[in-house]
Design a protein around this ligand. Structure first.
Ligand code: ASP
Length: 580
């Protein structure tokens, strides 16, 4: 016996008169006393079953006992619906199956929520994820994800990239997060780390002569979960030998466009726009600016050095942006709140009314010259200032910019703005450790010409790192790498990593670099983030089949769980009492 001859969603008028079987879930049952209608759902869609007690008394008997989400199999004859019963919103809406035999294949307990219910709590959705996944939105998202992954694979294969699997049980790969550690029974007291990325291995593959590598790699990072972060996620991870940055970018642009095409969407224009990190920070205060709207920042540091207004004069950086609207007190208060949330002390403003008159508590402290310097071209506008350390000003004003972009409807939702942000700083200052640390990862190439700055002025050294940004979301990062072991040592040293420590942590890479390393570089594109944006979802959990909750557990299986003493003992592990 075949369970089914067709998928429910494939039923069409061309099948009228045929006898066939369908199998699937009961999406809805309407029992009219006599006639019973069942919407049968499977992965292909919905079809209507009609069970008429006069035609099939036994099937009608079974139909009365069917409940939502029971799995059933029906055999019957495909018939055209009466004109008034046609449902134009369903692809199968012109036909129905007149059932002769009906079988309950599997029953369902009453559901914790109905599949068509909206606003079901996320905890419940994740606890019963298999039910949640039956819903149209989740089915669509998982299928969209598969379409994108398949398109990218085809594209990478065509370009001659070799899919190489790299280990998940490995040594720490520094990407800026904590490691997940795995104890080893055969060597108690020793641990593998799950890879934060296959970074070191893909570099080794270049030295091994693979030339072009890619992988849909699972990465593990122990960091706080957010809308765009999970403990584990996938990357389109790739690496090329002898590349220019442009070649890496072209490869990625092609992968993005192949994904759009696979979804039958107009691909974005190529080449994507480019901004150096310095330009992006100066114009938008962000290394992932949303370019679908303007509202650019302007620098006023020079002009305010002599100002009587000490808040400006004493701030290392003063910047402003101009909104083409007189903002109300309430709006200004909520922006100030936002500024404080982002670490600012406040948010100074000047409102220029329709007559060009200035309204602001700080106006009296500012010279006429300074006011003229920021006076908007059109009256009826508000100038918002950030005055603080440069990083704080950038953080505050970019948050204000994004907020206003959304709230004032400045974002043109029909646009897709892809952007390469290039020439990132090589190092970031680590306040806690009071030392320089890597800004991308420690293997990032130095911008040619900046090698001497590594020692003399690390904060000014630029790297060969680049990020891909889509409508204000960072899709991924990459760089041209260091292939010279001496230079690599040098960079380790600048970050306060001693030679011994470097040998212990990265000795295997240094050795590899000493054995004929070609210039190489690559990129990693966060797949879930990319897919979420393609699916129009704000949260990557909506495109992951079994995600973790914000607190880091997996409600369906109940993981993570405590482990029995004997097993821990075998691994040489003792759990401290307060953490059990
Ligand atoms: N390993 C980097 C990351 O995961 C990507 C790269 O540099 O290719 O962000």
């Amino acid at each position: 016996m075949r369970w089914r001859d067709l998928k429910a969603g494939e039923l069409r008028t061309e099948h009228v008169g045929e006898r066939l079987s369908l199998a699937g879930w009961t999406a809805r049952r309407r029992d009219h006393g006599g006639l019973v209608f069942i919407d049968l759902r499977d992965e292909g869609g919905l079809a209507q079953l009609v069970i008429n007690p006069e035609r099939a008394p036994a099937a009608a008997e079974v139909a009365h006992g069917v409940r939502n989400e029971f799995v059933i199999r029906a055999e019957g004859e495909v018939a055209a619906r009466a004109p008034e019963a046609v449902n134009p919103s369903l692809p199968t809406g012109e036909v129905e199956l007149q059932v002769d035999e009906l079988e309950i294949v599997s029953r369902s307990e009453p559901l914790p929520f109905q599949l068509d219910e909206e606003n079901v709590e996320e905890a419940t959705r994740l606890r019963y994820r298999y039910l949640d996944l039956r819903r149209e939105r989740m089915q669509r998202n998982l299928r969209l994800s598969a379409t994108v992954v398949a398109a990218i694979r085809r594209y990478m294969d065509e370009l001659g990239f070799v899919d190489v699997w790299t280990p998940n049980l490995t040594k720490a790969t520094p990407e800026g997060a904590r490691d997940f550690l795995v104890p080893v029974r055969l060597q108690p007291g020793r641990f593998f780390a799950l890879p934060q990325s296959p970074q070191i291995f893909k570099q080794i593959l270049m030295v091994a002569g693979i030339g072009r590598y890619y992988q849909m790699a699972t990465c593990f990072r122990d960091e706080d979960l957010r809308a765009d972060r999970q403990f584990e996620f996938r990357q389109l991870d790739l690496e090329l030998s002898f590349p220019t940055r442009e070649e890496v970018w072209e490869t990625l642009e092609g992968a993005v466009c192949a994904s759009f095409e696979a979804l039958e969407r107009t691909p974005p224009e190529r080449p994507f726009q480019r901004l150096t990190w310095h330009e992006a920070m100066a114009r938008y205060g962000s290394d992932k600016p949303d370019l679908r709207f303007g509202l650019e920042l302007h620098d006023l540091t020079e002009e305010t050095r002599e100002s009587e207004f000490k808040v400006f004069a004493q701030a290392p950086s003063v910047q402003y942006l101009t909104v083409a609207q007189e903002l109300s007190r309430a709006e200004l208060a909520s922006l100030e709140e936002l500024a404080k949330e982002r670490g600012g002390k406040g948010l100074a403003y000047l409102v220029f009314d329709e007559e060009g008159e200035v309204r602001s508590p700080i106006a009296k402290f500012l010279s006429a010259e300074l006011i003229e310097a920021v006076r908007p071209e059109q009256p009826g506008a508000t100038v918002l200032f950030g005055a603080d350390e440069p990083a704080t000003v950038a953080r505050v004003l970019s948050a204000v910019r994004n907020h206003l972009g959304r709230e004032l409807g400045l974002i043109d939702e029909s646009r897709d703005e892809f952007l390469w942000v290039t020439d990132f700083p090589l190092f970031d200052w680590d306040e806690d450790g009071e030392r320089w640390t890597f800004s991308h990862h420690p293997f990032t190439g130095v911008r040619p010409g900046d090698e001497d700055l590594i020692e003399s002025d690390p904060g000014r050294a630029l790297s060969q790192a680049y990020d891909l940004v889509w409508n204000g979301w960072e899709l991924g990062s990459g760089s041209i790498r260091i292939h010279d072991p001496e230079l690599q040592q040098h960079v380790f040293a600048a970050m306060g990593i001693s030679k011994e420590e470097a040998d212990e942590r990265f000795g295997f890479l240094l050795e590899v670099l000493r054995m004929g390393a070609p210039p190489h570089g690559g990129f990693a594109l966060g797949l879930e983030r990319f897919v979420a944006l393609l699916a129009g979802e704000q949260n990557i959990r909506e495109v992951v089949a079994f995600p973790k909750t914000a607190s880091g557990s997996e409600p369906l299986s109940g993981a993570p769980t405590p482990i029995a003493q004997e097993i821990l003992a075998e691994l040489g592990i003792q759990v401290l009492p307060e953490t059990t």
